[in-house]
Design a protein around this ligand. Structure first.
Ligand code: PEP
Length: 249
């Protein structure tokens, strides 16, 4: 059985005030929820400890990025082991903003996945094509290559820590969402790639991300290969985020 996951990526937004108001509200509204969803809040790293302190057992916490290394002279970086030590159970890896704005390469993404898994974190590996690549008919080729490179070093016993988030770059923060058919087709294609690599593909959770909102989540989550969502903007509102968590079947 694969896990159903809704993860909220706050990006570089938030404050101590938002942590205390939003986490408390999400926690109390989720308490009666029994659809088996695993809820993850991924705040800026400075607020991880505050979220951990308020999250309770129903909410897991993640970081938005980890280093390729375990420790040393890498000013400004955060090691996966440190995130684990601070109470995180997940990290995002290879978010398109990291790839596009900070030049993160496929080999860095693979190194980060490796460090995250070795430290006991779940790695939410973000993949997705640009609009140009989709219009050129290359979306599946691009995403498949990203997946293959990111999981190249995953060991047989580590697959349960791997989550893949398909996030078409043109849908992130733009209000445009992939159609349910296109999203399902890409998720099925990612699962086929994982299968071809010898992974237990039916057990790997695949999330959709890109302008998921309270009013489009249910249709996306109803697709057979979509196991939840990676939510940006809408995760900054407790009401919207909880509605999205409730939209999982
Ligand atoms: C994201 O940041 O991963 C994301 C999907 O953002 P948004 O939901 O705002 O498009």
């Amino acid at each position: 059985m694969r896990r159903k996951i809704v993860a909220g990526n706050w990006k570089m937004n938030g404050s101590k005030d938002l942590v205390s108001s939003l986490v408390g509200q999400v926690r109390s509204e989720l308490a009666p929820l029994d659809n088996g969803v695993e809820v993850v809040i991924i705040p800026p790293a400075l607020y991880v400890s505050d979220v951990v302190a308020l999250a309770g057992s129903q909410i897991a916490v993640g970081v938005q990025n980890v280093a390729c290394w375990d420790s040393g002279a890498y000013t400004g970086e955060i090691a996966a082991g440190m995130a684990r030590d601070a109470g995180c159970s997940y990290t995002l890896v290879g978010h398109s903003e990291r790839r596009q704005l900070f030049g993160e390469t496929d080999s860095q993404v693979a190194a980060k996945v490796d460090r995250a898994l070795a430290s006991g974190l779940g790695a939410v590996i973000c993949v997705g094509e640009t609009l140009e690549e989709r219009e050129a008919g290359k979306a599946e080729e691009v995403v498949s290559a990203q997946v293959r490179k990111a999981v190249a070093d995953v060991g047989a016993e580590q697959w349960q820590q791997v989550v893949v988030a398909y996030e078409p770059v043109w849908a992130i923060g733009t209000g445009k969402t992939a159609t349910t058919e296109d999203a399902q087709a890409m998720h099925a294609s990612i699962r086929a790639v994982l299968m071809s690599l010898g992974a237990p593909a039916d057990e790997v959770s695949l999330l959709y991300g890109g302008s998921v909102k309270a009013d489009n989540a249910a249709a996306l989550f109803a697709q057979p290969d979509i196991d939840g969502g990676l939510i940006g903007g809408a995760s900054l509102s407790a009401k919207d985020f909880v509605s999205i968590c409730r939209a999982l079947p």
